[in-house]
Design a protein around this ligand. Structure first.
Ligand SMILES: Cc1cc2nc3c(=O)[nH]c(=O)nc-3n(C[C@H](O)[C@H](O)[C@H](O)COP(=O)(O)OP(=O)(O)OC[C@H]3O[C@@H](n4cnc5c(N)ncnc54)[C@H](O)[C@@H]3O)c2cc1C
Length: 407
């Protein structure tokens, strides 16, 4: 088999690998992709609209990556959301921001984002080899040897940018974890992140599509409150989704009980409000009273029916028992998790290459000189809102520039 030599080899042409290739200056760069074309996950990002990043201050990004916040600090400050937006503007693609601060390309088409990256790779004379899965990676005589079914490639620098395990049909099916461990790295266990949850004996299917803005979600495990979070919630045919659930799903598991405060008012305040209103205007219908709590009409109807409380019942007629049930239903509605969605529906992977073995200042391995990591193959996963793509671009930029700085 013919051996071809490069200065730098980057495995994986997702956002991290493409961005690193564009910014790696000096020497021949080979970007190897397993799938017949690059950036397949990028194309489906943001439901094809590609939520590139978030408009918030970069300091606000620092709470969006769980345990990886500290590790990402250098990368995010070195190449922040403003620089990312500038990059796309300078390459002819403007951006727009939605009401939640999410940044999208102005065309709202992922394919335009991918085109900018691919054109920039051509301009930077990156050699992109698609449909060429890397099978094996070794370090022999201070060089990396990369084997595919057709060829052997060697290089001084190697970057693993193979992504995580989610949506394996896009190409990221965990190969990079194997390459990393073959080279001596260890891994944090992986679980799906940013995934919807399926609820046991779910009775709200007819409400699929209904959403609640900024509600509190508590997780109970073995009868003890384990974690609490706020966010937007969406009802699906078989359970719950929406940013609040997705962002929190990395902490959930089958058998956990979720309690959702449907009215964003605590139980004591709600009880006091019912009692006060019943004594002031006892003839007021319960549905009129509940209007100010901003519950979608269909959900309110469902909850009252479930409790067998007539929506036109005067407040003064509400018995103590029914009042207790109403408070429990609206302030702590219980959902038992049957399962958390798997990798075929998770938007990210929690876990991956252990961060303590990678320098946060350069993205270079602390164990193997010349080996770099970028993107989701690392134990980095962010919230929904553009945080994952920003992390992929920022870590790739840092890694490429760290290589550039080496003589
Ligand atoms: C449905 C969905 C929607 C999303 N939407 C958003 C969004 O709007 N905003 C956001 O910030 N994030 C979003 N994400 C997350 C985001 O897309 C990822 O975090 C990001 O793509 C990670 O980039 P990456 O380059 O590290 O990995 P990937 O994008 O996974 O790219 C890795 C590449 O490596 C290649 N590869 C793997 N193994 C090999 C091998 N052996 N040889 C050669 N090549 C290999 C793969 O084929 C793939 O092309 C979404 C994810 C999903 C699944």
């Amino acid at each position: 088999m013919k051996i071809q030599e490069f200065n730098t080899i980057i495995i994986g042409a997702g956002p991290a690998g493409l961005f690193a290739s564009i910014h790696r200056k000096g020497g021949k760069v080979l970007l190897i992709e397993k799938k017949p074309s690059a950036g397949r996950k990028l194309l489906i990002a943001g439901q094809g609209r590609c939520n590139l990043t978030h408009e918030g201050s970069i300091s606000a990004f620092m709470s969006r990556y769980g345990n990886a916040n500290k590790f990402l600090k250098n990368a995010l400050y070195g190449f922040d959301n403003i620089k990312l937006i500038e990059f796309f503007h300078n390459h002819g693609l403007g951006t727009v921001v939605d009401k939640n601060g999410k940044v999208f390309p102005e065309t709202e088409r992922s394919v335009d984002v991918l085109k900018v990256l691919l054109d920039a790779c051509i301009k930077a004379r990156v050699r992109l080899l698609a449909d060429e899965p890397v099978l094996k990676v070794e370090r022999i005589n201070e060089k990396f040897t990369i084997q595919t079914a057709n060829s052997i490639y060697t290089s001084r620098f190697l970057m693993i940018a193979t992504g995580g395990l989610s949506y394996p049909a896009t190409g990221s099916s965990g190969d990079g974890y194997r390459f990393a461990t073959d080279l001596g790295h260890s891994l944090e266990p992986q679980v799906p992140a940013l995934s919807p949850v399926f609820i046991r004996d779910f009775t709200m299917s007819e409400l699929a599509g209904v959403s609640l803005a900024q509600r509190s979600i508590s997780i109970y495990r073995q009868n003890r409150k384990f974690a609490e979070h706020r966010g937007d919630i969406g009802i699906t045919h078989k359970g719950l989704s929406g940013p609040g659930i997705l962002d929190f799903s990395r902490h959930m598991q089958a058998g956990d009980l979720l309690k959702i405060n449907m009215i964003d008012t605590n139980a004591d305040e709600f009880r006091n409000a019912i009692i006060a209103q019943a004594s002031q205007s006892g003839k007021q219908e319960i549905q009129t009273f509940l209007k100010s709590f901003e519950l979608p009409k269909s959900l309110l109807r469902f909850l009252l029916e479930e409790l067998q409380i007539s929506h036109s019942m005067p407040l003064a007629m509400l018995t103590k028992d029914k009042r207790i049930q109403l408070i429990a239903s609206l302030c702590e509605y219980p959902f038992l998790i049957d399962r958390v969605g798997g990798y075929n529906m998770a938007m990210a992977t929690h876990g991956g290459v252990k961060l303590t073995e990678v320098s946060p200042k350069t993205m270079e391995s602390k164990l193997v000189p010349g080996l770099y990591f970028a993107g989701e193959v690392l134990d980095v996963d962010g919230d929904t809102g553009g945080y994952n793509l920003q992390a992929a671009f920022s870590t790739a930029y840092l890694a490429a520039n760290s290589m550039n700085a080496k003589v």
